[in-house]
Ligand binder design. Sequence first.
Ligand SMILES: [Cu+2]
Length: 146
Amino acid sequence: MMRSKLVLPMFMLLSSIGYAHNVLANDYYAIKSPGQRVYFVEPKDGAIVGNEVKVVMGVEGMEIKPAGAVVDNTGHHHLLIDVQQQLNAGEAVPTGSNKHLHFGKGQTETSVKLAPGTHTLTLQFANGAHVSYGEKMRSTISVVVK
Ligand SMILES: [Cu+2]
């Protein structure tokens, strides 16, 4: 009886240690690797665009790999459209949302349709399990659709 009551708390404790370790490891890596970043090749920040927007996604210091295995310093792009809540390192990019687009085949280009007005586009790189690398691998721009 004692033993089974301890299993869940122990599991929770070990899980939280694992989580903290991942977050710390990501932060450590971010400090050690200033050359790692994502950026918009297209469009440029502040660009005035038509309602069909071609987006070209760039990355430096990490390798693009299709979703699947989790390998250090690899991952795939995500495009967040008008999302205010950003993803910290260790948080998974939501699936099944039309505001969080996954490029899990390793794509670096896409085209999105946007209504007239100002829109925020965020690139977020994440690992093979769609777990965000956080702020270090994020870039946000705004565009104005005519
Ligand atoms: Cu993904």
